[in-house]
Design a protein around this ligand. Structure first.
Ligand SMILES: O=C(O)CCC(=O)C(=O)O
Length: 276
């Protein structure tokens, strides 16, 4: 399947750091993806710790690595190579979830370089009361790196942790809403949002009484992104095969564009990922 990106979508991604891609995945990918995401939910009861599911799931591996998605990323990042970085499941069940606090992603990640982004897939219809994401338009261009927070099990912020001194304290964006252009979209199942790793974002709680809100975030990198060892890195994303400054190509971060059908010997095969 080929997904035709428009010039307007590419321009919006570059300008705002976030853009909606309607109908990015087809019905069959949606159906199989939902089953796989429900399986991946068993990994952990912690909102932020259901990650690297593709390494043990052939459906998610196909979606992340061998689908139309890497080519879409290549166009958005204007890059000749795309690596899969990792995937993450975000599920807010009806009436039960906290808001996801404002943050930007790259300070948590052991990678450096300009071309780092997420395709966040909506696996359910998402309305304003069922946990949509919000983005501060243009914040990826600030080049501001905010201190990571430690999340409570439900995804709410508990505290900051071991910040790199270079990272600045997270402003109270919630109280500064009026100062920013905040983007928030209702989505249909199968739609996606592409966003840059430095775009400041959050998500509302799911206050609906019946609707699930399953999100599947796939993180990708473009060319010239390198491995970074630093104290704020999420320990679950550490790649034991790489050293500071290395190119990312490895079993954990396979090249997915240009296409390498089946990924040959590049991709991680059924390595256990610790559940916490
Ligand atoms: O879906 C959410 O609640 C948060 C998503 C998020 O923060 C991310 O994908 O980086």
């Amino acid at each position: 399947m080929h997904y035709p990106l428009t010039d307007q979508q590419r321009a919006a991604f570059n300008r705002d750091g976030a853009v909606v891609l309607p109908g990015l995945i087809c019905d069959q990918q949606l159906d199989t993806g939902r089953v796989a995401i429900d399986r991946a939910m068993q990994q952990s009861d912690n909102y932020f710790r259901r990650l690297r599911a593709w390494e043990n799931d052939s459906t998610l591996k196909a979606l992340c690595c061998d689908s139309q998605l890497p080519a879409v990323v290549a166009q958005l990042l204007d890059t000749e190579q795309v690596n899969l970085f990792y995937d993450q499941v975000f599920t807010k069940e009806p009436g039960s979830a906290s808001p996801t606090p404002w943050h930007n992603d790259q300070p948590y990640w052991p990678v450096r370089g300009a071309g780092v982004m997420t395709l966040w897939l909506a696996l359910d219809d998402i309305s304003v009361d069922s946990g949509p994401l919000e983005f501060i338009a243009g914040s990826h261009q600030w080049d501001r790196w905010f201190q990571p927070f430690v999340a409570a099990t439900d995804g709410s912020a508990e505290s900051n942790y071991d910040p790199e001194p270079a990272f600045e304290p997270l402003p109270d964006f919630e109280s500064q809403r009026g100062q920013h252009n905040i983007l928030c979209w209702e989505l249909q199942a199968g739609d996606a949002i592409a966003f840059h790793a430095l775009t400041v974002h959050a998500a509302k709680p799911n206050v609906s009484s019946t609707r699930r809100r399953r999100g599947y975030a796939i993180r990708y990198t473009g060319a010239n992104v390198t491995y970074h060892e630093g104290p704020a890195n999420n320990p679950r994303l550490i790649n034991p095969d790489l050293q500071h400054g290395d190119q990312l190509d490895s079993a954990q971060y396979p090249v997915v564009f240009p296409a390498t059908p089946g990924l040959g010997n590049h991709a991680a095969e059924n390595k256990p990922v610790s559940a916490t």
